[in-house]
Write a protein that binds this ligand. Structure first.
Ligand code: TRP
Length: 329
């Protein structure tokens, strides 16, 4: 069975875009692959050196993924910092990562521009740590979005370099690419572009019903169609796209019809859309709260994940140590 590795930085709450873009695919993958899903708390320090509360951020993300249906019996779910083998292997990987290639990385240049007061070494070697996360489990596939493609390319380069220097032990980690029904881009509520963490245009899985209603009622539209079957402005199309994701097909069909004959009232459509979003989010939110407050369960999941991840990681680390030439006396 092929192995999949994916990391999530604990720097914000999950929104609908995350759910329908990534998490839903994780749910499918956990059935068909040997999956390692982990919370990249070390990585988060490169941009959030003094997080308000690192532990609670990790706890929140863990609760959210579990509430969405990531199953600790099917996938290995762990916290990066619980697996110290990653840190040792990362140190070794750093010896064969060159400053030139790290400085040239787009994400490093972007981050250096965004936080000029904190251009730390961890930021520079971010791709090395990410490559380590991946190859320590000998991953074959890594589901990543566009923004992570270059980091994955570097992981392949580092894996190849290791293989050439010390012996062929790592498969090339390939991008897990989705298409068709598996590639849902969820638009934001601000009229253009996709739903994002920092754009302020999202509905979070922990949002209360009234927050969701408020956000949806404020969504950008236009002044309404004036001709039959008029093409939709992006903002309006976005509401229809959201409706297609969360509403029943006949509800969507109804609003298509009234849009096309120019009798649509966006207020009615938004009310409906808000209720349908709530229908999806509310049960997930309740599960998140339950799990978040269940410390015993979280402890059990995290220790079981750490144990499974460490088993796989230490096996690789031993091979690596011996290939490089470390021997104990
Ligand atoms: N860099 C990834 C992101 O920001 C998170 C990450 C860390 C990751 N290690 C990984 C993703 C390993 C995939 C595989 O989204």
């Amino acid at each position: 069975m092929e192995t999949v590795v994916s990391g999530i930085r604990p720097t914000g709450n999950l929104h609908l875009g995350n759910y329908f873009g990534a998490v839903r695919n994780f749910l499918k993958m956990q059935a068909d692959y040997n999956c390692y899903f982990f919370i990249a708390d070390w990585h988060s320090l490169t941009t959030h050196p003094k997080p308000g509360d690192l532990h609670n951020n990790v706890r929140q993300v863990l609760a959210e993924y579990l509430a969405c249906g990531i199953d600790p019996e099917k996938a290995t779910i762990f916290i990066q910092s619980d697996v110290k083998e990653i840190a040792e292997f990362y140190l070794l990987m750093n010896m064969n990562a060159y400053l030139g290639e790290l400085y040239r990385t787009t994400s490093f240049k972007d981050k250096a521009r965004q936080q000029p007061e904190n251009v730390n070494a961890g930021l520079l070697t971010y791709p090395v740590l990410m490559a380590t996360d991946i190859i320590i489990h000998k991953a074959n596939k890594v589901p990543v979005g566009k923004d992570q493609e270059q980091n994955l390319e570097m992981a392949r380069k580092f894996a190849r370099r290791f293989n050439n220097m010390y012996g062929d032990i790592f498969p090339e980690p390939k991008p897990f690419t989705f298409d068709g029904a598996d590639l849902i881009k969820v638009p934001g509520l601000d009229g253009s572009g996709k739903m994002g963490k920092s754009e302020g245009n999202g509905v979070f899985l922990v949002d209360e019903d009234k927050v969701i209603r408020k956000k949806v009622m404020r969504a950008v539209t236009d002044s309404g169609p004036t001709e039959e079957n008029q093409e939709k402005a992006e903002a309006v199309q976005n509401l229809f796209t959201l409706m297609k994701i969360v509403s029943q097909p006949d509800v969507l069909a109804h609003y298509e019809t009234v849009y096309n004959n120019c009798s649509i009232r966006y207020g009615d459509m938004k009310k409906q859309l808000a209720e349908d979003i709530i229908g999806f989010v509310a049960p997930v939110r309740e599960r998140i709260l339950d799990i978040y407050n269940n410390e015993a369960y979280l402890h059990q999941v995290a220790s079981m994940g750490a144990e499974k991840a460490r088993e796989s990681a230490s096996k690789t680390l031993k091979e690596v140590q011996s290939l490089i030439g470390f021997r104990s006396f």
